[in-house]
Design a protein around this ligand. Structure first.
Ligand SMILES: [Zn+2]
Ligand SMILES: [Zn+2]
Length: 203
């Protein structure tokens, strides 16, 4: 299972030059071949002490090549021991369309099994193309309380100096345990207005 924040954040599009009229990759191809290790002289054998290395003079190389016909950009990504995972959005959560609940948009984390409800959601206020550090507004995560009852924690307003931590991120506001996902979404929708309401002190 991947943490929901690494599922959505820290990824950036492979960009095109700023003047590209239609920044979309037209061709995406993969190539498997043998790559040669770089050694100092022709006679020298690769002999490093790293036991995760195969110590061979060649290695299984994977190259991924992308072409944009509009700007002519070619990007090649290559590496040793690259793995390729074929899956789909029912297993990743990421890539599914967000859904609107309680006035905010919920982006699913990875479900424990296909078709199961994920334990985590990231939240944006507006319908966006993607969750980014700019559009991220909240997080909802499920846990079980001492009696084993499922509960949901909601947090809103990401802030590196926020006083609440949920997963690896810090937030300005965090809820108590809530009964269901709808309640958690509704809590996030009004998190700012609720906590900014001035305290009325009777004198
Ligand atoms: Zn382009
Ligand atoms: Zn080696």
């Amino acid at each position: 299972m991947q943490l929901i924040e690494s599922l959505y954040l820290g990824w950036s599009p492979l960009d095109h030059p700023a003047d590209c009229p239609n920044p979309a990759w037209d061709v995406v191809e993969i190539r498997h071949d043998e790559g040669a290790r770089i050694v100092q002289t022709g006679a020298e054998r690769h002999a490093c002490a790293n036991d995760t290395c195969s110590h061979a003079d060649s290695f299984g190389r994977v190259q991924l090549r992308l072409l944009c016909r509009d700007c002519g950009s070619v990007r090649t990504i290559t590496g040793e021991g690259l793995t390729q995972v074929c899956t789909d959005t029912s297993l990743t959560g990421w890539g599914q369309a967000p859904r609107q609940v309680g006035g905010v948009w919920l982006w699913p984390g990875q479900p424990a099994a296909p078709g199961r409800e994920p334990h985590d959601y990231l939240v944006t206020r507006e319908q966006a193309d993607a969750v980014t550090t700019e559009s991220l507004y909240g997080i909802i995560t499920r846990y079980r309380d001492a009696e084993g009852t499922p509960r949901w924690i909601a947090a809103a307003l990401p802030d590196p100096t926020g006083e609440h931590q949920v997963h690896t991120l810090r937030w300005r506001h965090r809820s108590a345990g809530l009964a269901d996902l709808d309640a958690a979404a509704a809590w996030i929708a009004v998190a700012e207005t609720r906590t900014q309401r001035p305290l009325v002190v009777a004198v």
